[in-house]
Design a protein around this ligand. Structure first.
Ligand SMILES: Nc1ncnc2c1ncn2[C@@H]1O[C@H](COP(=O)(O)OP(=O)(O)OP(=O)(O)O)[C@@H](O)[C@H]1O
Ligand SMILES: [Mg+2]
Length: 478
């Protein structure tokens, strides 16, 4: 992977040199002394981030910022100013700057601001890449994942979409069953035909039959006209039976007949109506168990699960949590017309640790809430994450004292200890290893062993190099 390219814009050679020295181990740097030159560089090189002084000759930093944003509306700019003026900071942020640093600043402040930006940039690019990859395979599908388990599901979806076989989607609540059902429809030949969803749990049992099969005039009191049901309406398309386990027994028998004979009669009628439908069913309970207990027809179960698709819970695909969080962040920022700079590392770490009983839906709802509550131009931080999420990771610290298995207890303790120190250093591993008085590689190995490297892709920039001495250095002038 190429190094992040940072453009330094400052009229003072001394400041440019100092910043270059600080950044050179982990970033590629280019430096110029004025706004016009800065614009030229931005136009000709794949710059990732601009560090810019406000007081520049000819064209000031604000004007330069404005023009850079005209060339590249997404370009990250961190403004550095000799005066610690709240007004200037607000102005810079309004013009689209990522952040504002006042001189003199400490090396660590600069590095951690850059790191926060590059973390977000990496995540944004990853999400963009995943979206493009999935879109090229799936067309316009609003689904995202990078984990092997879900990629296998996508592959299965692509194959099954070309057939008319019945599909049974299983998975906990909120894992994306309906999304997958719609993707199956959208990818296949039936895409221009109706997709009719039937929620077996919410339609009252006595209405379900006429909902599905329709009825003839006079079939029952109140049936003043003939009505077609969902099966007829969906002809050529897909019927999605959500929460299929709750379908009443007598309707299970009728559904089985439709699946086998591809025909049925309306309620109160005796004319056979032929339909061509594909059935996709979903359930978050174990249907096999339901069959054993006599609550679900075995023959229907086998008819439905010609192609079984199992969606793993989110806690079993933790790598998806950061990308999904970023995906929902972008989506809800757009929806609320809000600019949130990102989710800080400690916050992402807390999200990744949480077991998400409500799966992707719960994550999406939380991100939406956090976006609504966030200050414009602000970040979602660890403090913003609700306490029940921060404190309720599957095995919390208290449980370490109750666990009797020595190795498991140590593991729980180690995880908490390491996450705590990493949070203190904004996930700078070199600094965290320093505090713990262990070698950086020992920490990296531990993190891997404890599964804490899930967020690795997002923090390899400035703490990925050799151990840096953390001596605060004051840079710049007042
Ligand atoms: N991989 C994903 N990428 C993007 N969004 C997702 C993904 N999986 C789920 N979602 C979102 O999460 C929410 C829940 O998904 P969906 O309704 O498909 O879940 P479900 O399994 O049908 O849940 P339930 O069992 O509660 O009905 C939706 O808003 C959906 O857009
Ligand atoms: Mg659903």
């Amino acid at each position: 992977m190429r190094k992040t390219i940072i453009l330094i814009v400052d009229d003072e050679q001394g400041v440019r040199d100092t910043i270059e020295i600080i950044l050179r181990d982990d970033y590629e740097t280019v430096s110029v002394g004025n706004g016009l030159e800065a614009l030229e560089v931005v136009k000709s090189m794949p710059v990732d981030l601009v560090l810019m002084d406000i007081n520049l000759p000819h064209m000031d930093g604000f004007e330069t910022l404005r023009m850079i944003r005209e060339v590249d509306g997404d370009m990250g700019v961190i403004v550095i100013s000799a005066t610690d003026s709240a007004q200037k900071a607000v102005h810079a942020l309004r013009l689209g700057a990522y952040d504002y640093i006042a001189k003199p600043f400490e090396t660590d402040d600069l590095l951690s601001t850059i790191k926060r930006y590059t973390d977000r940039l990496r995540l944004k690019r990853e999400v963009q890449f995943l979206k493009e990859e999935l879109q090229s395979q799936f067309g316009d599908v609003d689904i995202i994942s990078k984990t092997p388990g879900m990629k296998r599901v996508f592959e299965l979806v692509r194959k099954v979409s070309l057939t008319s076989s019945s599909v049974l989607i299983t998975g906990e609540s909120g894992t994306g069953k309906e999304l997958i059902a719609r993707a199956i429809q959208r990818l296949g030949d039936r895409k221009d035909k109706p997709f009719v969803a039937v929620n077996c749990a919410s339609v009252p049992s006595e209405l379900m039959e006429s909902e599905l099969f329709g009825y003839e005039r006079g079939a029952f009191t109140g049936a003043h006209t003939t009505r077609i049901g969902k099966f007829e309406y969906a002809d050529g398309g897909t019927v999605f039976f959500d929460e299929v386990a709750t379908l009443p027994m007598h309707l299970q028998a009728k559904l089985l007949r439709v699946l086998q004979e591809k025909s049925f009669e309306r309620v109160g009628g005796n004319k056979l109506i032929n339909v061509d439908i594909r059935v996709v069913a979903a359930t978050n309970v174990n249907l096999e168990e339901a069959v054993k207990k006599g609550r679900f027809r075995e023959d229907l179960y086998y008819r439905l699960r010609v192609v079984p698709v199992e969606l793993p819970p989110l806690r079993e695909r933790k790598d998806d949590i950061p990308v999904l969080a970023e995906y929902f962040l972008e989506r809800h920022c757009k929806k609320c017309k809000k600019n949130v700079r990102g989710i800080t590392h400690p916050a992402l770490a807390a999200l990744t640790e949480y077991p998400w009983p409500g799966n992707v839906r719960e994550l999406e709802n939380l991100i939406e809430r956090l976006v609504v509550l966030a200050k414009g131009g602000g970040e979602i931080t660890y403090e913003d994450i609700p306490v029940e999420i921060v404190c309720s990771d599957g095995e919390n610290l208290r449980s370490a004292y109750e666990i009797e298995d020595f190795r498991r207890a140590c593991r729980v303790f180690e995880r908490h200890f390491i996450i705590g120190i990493l949070n203190k250093t904004n996930w700078n591993r070199a600094a965290a290893a320093g505090i713990m008085k262990i070698h950086r590689n020992t920490l990296l190995n531990k993190m891997k062993e404890l599964g804490l490297d899930v967020l690795d892709g997002q923090h390899s920039a400035h703490d990925g190099g050799e151990d840096r001495e953390h001596v605060p250095v004051k840079i710049g002038k007042r």
